[in-house]
Design a protein around this ligand. Structure first.
Ligand code: AMP
Length: 644
């Protein structure tokens, strides 16, 4: 689909300015925000790879997202619409109402001694209080770390131990479709597991499942408010950490991605008009949980910085009540731009293949659909395009980058969507595809997707308390570049195609998960001698994990029972989010002669790719047994003999 925007030459000029004169480009963008103190310079590049944007400057992102709009006379505009089919609630907050609620809760945090630089864990479902808590932290310079509700107690405990929060803000329960998730019980277990539990927890009691509060430790949300008054925004340095958001790495220890106030605010504000083409007062819907990067950037901060109305949706694409739910939300709230993951459209299409619940006319002047989070199969993209009759824009970014790296910038460029591609590099980002010798590969050839340093504002500044891990994980293998961990190619038109991860990270329904972390849990089962977890293609979720296990020699327990126990173990330790439902018992795992498990080979076999057998394999006969086990489990592998 093509649309009109600036000419290619004009876009080229914008892009080249962002690369050749980043200080000029981002300095201009920064002028859109209100600063309490001007910055000394736009970019401090004296300590690579630790770049700092807008050092010396002071601004508060909460002020820019809320108070600034009220001061400009837009207090009556709607800031947030909470649409919750699971509780049958729709509630709107104007900018004035949201500012007051945030200022009041910030006062409650301050009352409990929270000050600038303190960490606050937010473990909450998709309720307005979660957004209020995030913005309240920003208001007083505290650093929030939102933990996705689908994670199990031990994952929450890891994040508590890493951040050492002054306080945890949580709720009695979440609602997943028709199921109640007892958040508070999970929090209680996490606090027991934690080596550094906070002194206090503020708990939002939800009427559908009230939680038992621990006297002296837990304070009910309303009581916390009753004891406090509203507070104004603290002045924060542009370089102060705004939040820590944990993302899966290749081990069980999640990476605490750190984002700053200033660079992030500038990049998000720029992206709202230039990438998403949305103007103040319009309705923007990023259908993501606030526990993920999309929720942070495009449910909370981005739309509010731009003065838009943001939708907070506590429901599902199907089942709440049906596959017409998304169409209902777009139509009822006059959504102009929707951002979601391809998996949303795959499940809607599966439930309602003929789109009987869809009526284009009711969507009014809905303008565009943005997709990200996982590779979008061309058939889903085409289905959405034909149905919606608006540009469907697949774009690419990561928790670490904070905002899109490659996209058709709908606000400025002509949109020439090529199914399978995530579009050209966004201004500010220099994407290259390199081979393992650090040489650029030719157009159309798959390589390691890397980004030339310095990264633009808004991207991660480091990993929490782990500067060396930041350098080792992202900046070492390709000197002078940020390593994305994705493999792909850049085509003749300069458009990027993201094909797969180069590490052991998988994408389950656009949720990024570590197979290494799952392996650590599976290996804890007493019957398991060794194991491998790999991701395989799944029609709805994009990828799902499968576990291959070798039992201990003396293991006399029933295999089926062990499979069930392992599935339950992963669910309880990592969470339902992992969708870990397949365990295959095999006699041996394929390994190199030096004893390394050939996970990439297992993945290729499971995905039915034509697979050459590596010359380093110790015993090729093992593969027949594994193929047999996969067949028996309904996974259809394929193998082509040969040696590479
Ligand atoms: P997360 O950090 O959870 O946002 O996941 C980021 C990862 O999701 C990227 O490194 C990619 O592997 C994948 N991803 C995100 N967007 C896309 C896309 N549009 N196409 C292909 N993969 C994507």
């Amino acid at each position: 689909m093509e649309t009109q925007g600036l000419s290619d030459t004009q876009i080229d000029v914008i892009y080249r300015t962002s690369i050749n004169d980043p200080e000029g480009f981002w300095g201009t963008a920064a002028a859109e925000l209100e600063w309490q103190k001007p910055y000394d310079r736009v970019l401090d590049d004296t300590h690579p790879p630790f770049y700092r944007w807008f050092p010396g400057g002071e601004l508060n992102i909460c002020y820019n997202a809320l108070d600034r709009h009220v001061a400009a006379g837009h207090g009556d505009r709607t800031a947030l619409i909470y649409d919750s089919p699971v509780t049958d609630t729709i509630k709107s907050f104007t900018y004035t109402e949201l500012t007051n609620a945030v200022a009041h809760f910030a006062g409650a945090l301050a009352h409990f001694g929270v000050t600038r630089g303190d960490r606050i864990i937010i473990y909450m479902p998709m309720v307005p209080e979660a957004v209020i808590a995030m913005l309240a932290c920003a208001r007083i310079g505290a650093i929030h770390s939102v933990v996705f509700g689908g994670f199990a107690a031990s994952e929450l405990a890891k994040r508590i131990d890493d951040t050492k929060p002054k306080l945890v803000v949580s709720a009695s329960c979440g609602i997943d479709g028709s199921k109640l998730i007892p958040y508070k019980n999970l929090l209680d277990v996490a606090l027991e597991l934690s080596a550094t539990p906070p002194v206090h927890c503020i708990i939002l009691q939800r009427p559908m499942l009230e939680a038992r509060l621990v006297p002296g430790r837990d304070i009910e949300w309303q009581n916390a408010l009753a004891a406090s008054t509203a507070v104004p925004c603290t002045s924060t340095l542009a370089t102060d950490p705004l939040y820590i958001l944990y993302s899966s790495g290749t081990t069980g220890a999640p990476k605490g991605v750190v984002r700053d106030h200033g660079g992030y605010a500038v990049a998000l504000q720029w992206s709202m008009s230039n990438i998403y083409n949305i103007t103040p007062g319009e309705v923007f819907w990023a259908a993501s949980d606030i526990g993920w990067a999309v929720g942070h950037s495009y449910t909370v901060y981005g739309p509010l910085l731009q003065g838009c109305t943001s939708i907070l949706y506590e429901g599902k694409p199907v089942g709440t009540p049906d596959a017409g739910a998304f169409w209902r939300v777009i139509s009822q709230h006059a959504v102009k731009v929707l951002f979601t993951a391809p998996t949303t459209f795959r499940v809607i299409r599966q439930q309602d293949p003929d789109a009987t619940l869809f009526n284009r006319a009711s969507l009014g002047d809905f303008r565009a659909l943005f997709l990200a989070g996982e590779r979008c199969d061309p058939s889903t993209l085409t289905w959405a395009q034909e149905l919606l009759k608006v540009p469907v824009i697949d774009h690419w970014w990561q928790t670490e980058t904070g905002w899109p790296v490659a996209a058709h910038c709908f606000g400025i460029s002509q949109i020439r969507v090529k199914p399978g591609s995530v579009g050209p590099a966004v201004p500010g980002w220099r994407i290259e595809a390199l081979d393992f010798n650090h040489n650029p590969v030719s157009a159309g050839t798959i390589g390691n997707l890397v980004i030339k340093l310095p990264l633009p504002p808004g991207s991660l500044t480091t990993l929490w308390n782990a500067d060396q891990r930041f350098v080792d994980s992202y900046m070492t293998e390709f000197p002078g570049y940020y390593q994305t961990g994705d493999a792909g190619f850049i085509d003749d038109d300069g458009h990027t195609h993201v094909m797969a991860r180069t590490d052991d990270v998988i994408n389950v329904a656009a949720h990024r998960l570590s197979t290494g972390a799952m392996e650590e849990v599976v290996a804890e089962h007493p019957a398991v001698a060794e194991c491998a977890v790999v991701g395989i293609a799944d029609e709805l979720r994009g990828q799902i994990p499968i576990g291959l296990i070798v039992l201990k020699a003396n293991c006399a327990v029933d295999g089926i029972l062990i499979e069930e126990e392992i599935i339950a173990l992963v669910r309880s330790r990592i969470g339902a989010v992992a969708s870990f439902k397949h365990v295959l018992i095999v006699d041996r795992l394929p390994k190199t002669r030096s004893g390394k498990i050939l996970r990439k080979l297992l993945r290729s076999i499971a995905e039915g790719e034509k697979t050459a057998i590596p010359a380093t394999i110790d015993d090729p006969a093992i593969l027949d047994e594994i193929i047999h086990a996969m067949h028996a489990a309904g996974i259809s592998p394929m193998r082509e003999s040969g040696t590479i």
